[in-house]
Design a protein around this ligand. Sequence first.
Ligand code: XMP
Length: 507
Amino acid sequence: MIVVVDFGSQTAHLIARRIRELGAPAELIHPENVLSEIKKQKVRGIILSGGPASVYEKNAPTLDRRIFDLGIPILGICYGQQLTAHLLSGGKTVKDRVREDGPATLVIDRECIILRGVSPHSRIWMSHGDTVIKPPRGFELVAHSETISSAAMKNDAKKIYGVQFHPEVEHTEHGQLILRNFVELICRVKLSKQKLDKTSIISAIRNKVGEKHAIAAVSGGLDSTVAATLVAKAIGKRLIPIHVHSGLMRTGTTERVESFFKRYLGITPIILNKQTEFLKALKGVIDPEQKRKIIGKLYIDLFEKECKRYKSVGFLVQGTIYSDVIESKGSKHSANIKSHHNVGGLPKDLKLELIEPIRELYTDQVRSLAKELKIPNEFIFEQPHPGPGYAIRIIGEVTSERLERVRKADEIVMEEMKKAGWYKKVLHSFAILTGTSSTSVKGDGRVYGEVMAIRIVSSKDRMTADWTRVPYGTLQKMVSRITNEVPGVSRVVYDITTKPPATIEWE
Ligand code: XMP
């Protein structure tokens, strides 16, 4: 196991992801837990992530100094390197007056194992305020950049290394090689690419569940479908799929869930038709976080009530994937942007054991597993829909009229994206009711109606996203159709804000 100590960097989880992609197990942990984690499992290497703090800030996250004496290899990245220099004697980190964010050139001055194979001049990505100006005793500086002399440092005897740049981001030219050198040559971890083996996943589920029953919450999204399918392949009709029809999902979702489970797995799912309850619970609510909390709680209450009817059930199946685990854990040292209700919001007093068969996988791996399981393409290539559904795409109150408006516009966007051949090329394409009104002329009359926005974004990991340059003609078709076909809409705008600063969803 390689542990990644999370100091709150936006890319801390990317480090763990890169290590896993290399073929070694990696986990994100809080700085306070390093010593206890090391006692629990065989840790072969420690990576200290970056973070927004300065080592000189009051309450800046820190480490127990004894970690540096355990003989376990350490790689400090950005804040991780600054903290290493700050904590070990002889080292000095200073607070810089000017931040450095973006591309820079790494120039290698001295041989260093973690830089083996990296070209003498290569592109790196920096994002820092503080800088190490003196390495700790026993360390040597091995590389510099245009602006700093401490782009990388080493202590071969203690197997402790530091880099000021971010090897985990795709813009650092040899980033993956540097991480590989650390894991393979320093930590001596034998890399073996995890091959997805559906047979062993299924037989592990079978052994775990034994003769009991399992319940699965199935939303119609890819993750919960794959998880439930794996369990169904293991225990057949002892799986009880439950689908809550909230009325906040795309048209046809419930029908698709029903027909998939019946036809493909021979299991009739339980459908809870609760559209009215959701609308009632959301009446008068305009605060986005409150919306999320209400929806999340209602899902859980309904599900919990249903589960109690089945006495022989011992397990609950969840389609948690690795990025959910990371995002819901979040970081003690980074800001909570939004509360995702579908992770961690488990019914508490059910006393069911969890089965999370795809917990270790990323979206692309879930997709290939879905293909192997022969799950229909409409599940695999469907764009993801957030748990709170249209409620977070309606700014202001969710009413049945506004829900219909956003749903209709969403369908138009989707149809036009498909017609233009763009649907599968982007992560999301959807419509938002912005909560603003404006004037339009329809026929010969003045109509004061709602302003709708279209958001189309591309992103690999959803951490960052760019707006998509779809052809103007396609946008024009969407706008004409929405203003003509959706009653109550006066105007449509296109959102060209990247993430960051804007999030993908408006709420
Ligand atoms: P943001 O808006 O945070 O969205 O940039 C990033 C990704 O997460 C999805 N999203 C959610 N998914 N429950 C979900 O299942 C939620 O509460 C939720 N909020 C945002 C969003 O659609 C995008 O893919």
